[in-house]
Design a protein around this ligand. Structure first.
Ligand SMILES: Nc1ncnc2c1ncn2[C@@H]1O[C@H](COP(=O)(O)OP(=O)(O)OP(=O)(O)O)[C@@H](O)[C@H]1O
Ligand SMILES: [Mg+2]
Length: 586
């Protein structure tokens, strides 16, 4: 098996080029003034550094032949001063550029993260989380290096080149032309290498992304892997991905490193040419000092050229990262506030589905023309087989997805006409899988209401019968729990998530399998608490254990994306339909 399902590459638009660097200009702009200052310092630093060969030439051609000691000392001090100032300006420039670069990275990373927070469920449904992670962490980090050091050096090198060229030409035009003669050769090499390298970077990014995705998934699923003794297979899958990663890395590195030696060799050839031409060809007109100074200029000229070639390399790599970063930022937020959306203020809690059809994937309807009305304060239970569409219905009420057709109304108002934030602020939603954040237990409960007092946290825990086990823990409410909810049992995790939902005191309460992992005894205790919280608010309860939903005002039987039966427990039992069968089966 050469490839596997974990080694799926992302397709990206092929027509991209350096335009992505232009796009990055948005992030560079706020630091424009600082960059100008840095530019000025660069210029000053370069000019000062360049004065030294001229001073050296004076030493060789004037001070030494004339044995002028005073002039020699003066030249020595001038050289020292120039070097010191040049270093000082250079250091300042470095500081400013790093400051700007790191702030740009901060801005980019913030934008990516902010956008990720806004992206709808569907975005996360459709791709491995590792591939998202690699963009926020690795790619942004890699971009950082080029936008800081790369930018710093590119500007400096360009300025250096410019000034060295001026100094060179002022000293000797013919030798300067010889020094420049290597440039066309280098340009041809750059053009030839560009597309090959772009391709190599592209392939490497994909392999890097696939490796990270598999690593993430393996960490998340490690327990299942160990249960099924899958370690060997996993290692071999990982080994393959790792090997491919390594191979593409070598290929990319090989291409990237090719440019360094080529430029370095060109530099040496040009230097030899300068000496040969200086000694043989132009000999009578060239003084020794001029020749030495020109040789120094030659290597000084080619130094920034070598460095620029490397920066160019990094820019190619960076654009391929920027492409993916911007692709993430540009990902449309399908579920967003409509223009002119209004705040949804204090609600009564009437919920109506009007002929709602929904599909996760085009052409596969999951809800099929669903209509129902729930009066304010009513409690509704959804029951039905696995995969029937129960969770989907409640996902639509909170607008985690939008229906393909039909309308969902709260208090007679289409939920698409109000702001999402205000809509969700009226809802307490407990999802089927209760996620616990890395925090204390109290912190996790407070997630539902950031300004909740300690007493409110305790009260919410009491309502869902979580108080007992929390107080028995060594640090009580301050016990630290981790992302996966380590330290807590499945049922305890569920109770914490339940308390988190209850604490916000929502007008509409949605409980998706809120008590599925809780033992029958505790559930019975919980029942009174639940009945108390359901009272006076519209609530939707999904439960496979029918004993917990008997008392709901209305029970809807969902099957195949439709509501096939609706009524109170007694009515449905009398009907002797699907609900009756299900109930008796339990
Ligand atoms: N994110 C998703 N992307 C694509 N299809 C989905 C997604 N979530 C659910 N489905 C499909 O939609 C259908 C309804 O799923 P839903 O989660 O609403 O079922 P459910 O009634 O809540 O089942 P359960 O009792 O197992 O929780 C299922 O057939 C499932 O295949
Ligand atoms: Mg469900």
């Amino acid at each position: 098996m050469a490839r596997n399902k974990y080694d799926i590459d992302e397709e990206l638009d092929k027509g991209f080029d350096f335009s992505k660097l232009k796009r990055a200009a948005v992030y560079i702009k706020p630091y424009g003034k600082l960059l100008l200052l840095a530019l000025f310092l660069s210029a000053a630093s370069s000019v000062l550094a360049l004065v030294t060969p001229t001073l050296l030439q004076r030493v060789m051609d004037v001070a030494i032949p004339k044995a002028d000691q005073g002039y020699l000392v003066k030249l020595a001090f001038m050289t020292l001063g120039a070097i010191l100032l040049s270093v000082l300006f250079g250091a300042l420039r470095g500081l400013i550029m790093s400051y700007c670069g790191q702030h740009m990275i901060y801005d980019i990373r913030k934008d990516v993260f902010d956008h990720l927070q806004a992206l709808p469920f569907s975005y996360y449904d459709s791709r491995p989380h590792g591939k998202i992670l690699v963009r926020v962490v690795n790619y942004v980090n890699s971009v950082s290096d080029t936008l800081t050091n790369g930018l710093v050096n590119a500007v400096l090198d360009l300025m250096n080149l410019f000034f060295i060229a001026i100094f060179m030409f002022m000293m000797d035009v013919k030798l300067s032309l010889i020094i420049l003669s290597g440039m066309p050769v280098l340009l041809v090499v750059l053009v030839l290498l560009k597309n090959v390298k772009k391709r190599a970077n592209f392939v490497f990014n994909n392999k890097n992304s696939n490796l990270t995705a598999y690593t993430c998934e393996s960490i998340e699923g490690v327990k299942v892997s160990q249960i099924f003794n899958r370690q060997k297979e996993n290692m071999s899958i990982y080994d393959r991905l790792n090997r491919v990663y390594q191979k593409t890395w070598f290929h990319m590195a090989y291409l990237n490193n090719a440019l360094g030696p080529i430029t370095e060799n060109l530099k040496q050839v040009v230097l030899v040419l300068v000496y040969v031409a200086g000694i043989l060809w132009i000999s009578p007109s060239v003084e020794v000092g001029v020749l030495i100074a020109m040789a120094t200029y030659s290597s000084r000229f080619w130094q920034p050229v070598v460095s620029l070639a490397n920066i160019y390399n990094n820019f190619i790599k960076t654009t391929s990262y920027l492409e993916r970063i911007f692709q993430t930022i540009d990902e449309p937020v399908d579920i967003c506030d409509k223009e002119g959306a209004v705040e949804m203020e204090g609600i009564r809690g009437e919920v109506e589905f009007r002929d709602v059809t929904f599909e996760y994937e085009k052409g596969v309807p999951v809800l099929d023309h669903v209509s129902f009305t729930v009066k304010p304060g009513e409690s509704v239970a959804f029951v039905g087989p696995t995969g029937a569409g129960k969770s989907t219905i409640i996902n639509l009420i909170s607008r985690f997805y939008d229906p393909v057709s039909g309308e969902i109304l709260i208090d007679g108002k289409n939920i698409q006409d109000v702001t999402i934030e205000s809509l969700r602020s009226h809802m307490g939603i407990m999802m089927q899988d209760s996620f616990i954040f890395t925090d204390t237990i109290a912190g996790n409960i407070r997630y539902g209401k950031l300004d909740a007092t300690d007493e409110e946290v305790r009260a919410a825990s009491r309502v869902v019968c979580a108080d007992k086990f929390i107080e028995e823990m060594p640090e009580g409410y301050e016990t630290k729990v981790t992302e996966r909810g380590g330290q807590l049992s499945q049922g305890q995790r569920q109770l914490v998530a339940f308390a988190r939902t209850v604490i916000s005191d929502p007008a509409i309460l949605i409980l998706d399998e809120a008590t599925s992992s809780i033992d029958a005894e505790t559930e019975k205790l919980l029942q009174t608490g639940i009945e108390r919280i359901l009272k006076g608010r519209t609530s939707f309860v999904i439960a496979h254990r029918l004993s917990t939903i008997r008392n709901c005002d209305k029970i809807m039987f969902v099957n195949g994306g439709r509501i096939t039966e609706c009524g109170s427990h007694e009515e449905l039992m009398a009907k002797k339909g699907d609900y009756y069968k299900l109930y008796n089966a339990q």
